[in-house]
Design a binder for this molecule. Sequence first.
Ligand SMILES: C[S@@+](CC[C@H](N)C(=O)[O-])C[C@H]1O[C@@H](n2cnc3c(N)ncnc32)[C@H](O)[C@@H]1O
Length: 306
Amino acid sequence: MGTGRRDIDGVSILEFRAGSAPEPLDVPDKGYKMLKTDYVFHATEEARELERLQMLERIFDPGTQRRMLATGLTTGWHCLEVGAGAGSIVRWLEQRVGPSGKVVAVDTNPRFLRGSGSSTIEILQGDICDMELPPAAFDLVHARYVMIHIADYQTAFERMLRCVKPGGWVVIEEPDFQAARAVAGPDEARAAFGRVSEAIERMFTSLGMDHALGAKLPVLFRRHHLDQVTVEHEGHLSAGGDLIPQMMRLSAEQLQAKYVATGLVTESDMEQYGRLADDPDFWAIYYATVAVIGWWQPQCGGRTQG
Ligand SMILES: C[S@@+](CC[C@H](N)C(=O)[O-])C[C@H]1O[C@@H](n2cnc3c(N)ncnc32)[C@H](O)[C@@H]1O
């Protein structure tokens, strides 16, 4: 499993991938290798991607933190953050668990992850689907907007479940792009928004990914016999000028070629979609987030096999 350890800014980064060594891609030398991945944003320009991820954190961290605190998160807990992105939740968890706790961050491309220099945070580079993580080791396992990017999301979920201690918690938050719809604005603008939403669906399905994955999470939790399951479904109804349209515009700019390649949108649709992000009279649900919390106790159900 482990293929090498290196130190960046005082943080130990372990690169690993079960079975085979990571395949390096042609990226500027940042002190780590990028694993081959289907993640749609993997080849995006670094500064733009960081801006997008930080905007996402600004919008969604308060809800994520509330959900994590609802599990009883406290000093000394061991937490696993999967697909840690720009790392704000990792840093927040470090404060919550304190020096007696542990925060392990996993990402196929930990380009934006930096620790505080303390030994509380460990950053692992790898694909959640084929990493050998310690079994039954974490009080809390969390992923946000990660499984949507994984075709074999069931394996990803099972890998995460294996890491949860008996009596530990799983918190997963994923988008449901099927919830997208234009609500108010000129017909033509609403039609362009609808075409971009269809292109988003087509891009995900052409990669074998499920654009409506968020809505399937409760079924997944039940199938794996998690207990005390709570489900929140949050449709993000927003007007131009709000943060979500701005964030979606950043995504669309980075993925424009992929959307246009579906044949469902033109460049002019994409330009219009970008302008709508600033139009206070245009209202839409860009997508919904489904957040599910579950408690893992082996005697309450059958543990995932494999
Ligand atoms: C949309 S970002 C979300 C980042 C962060 N969870 C957040 O919500 O702010 C998805 C992150 O998951 C990582 N990722 C994608 N596929 C992954 C996989 N198979 N295993 C581990 N990380 C993955 C990406 O590199 C990226 O950092």
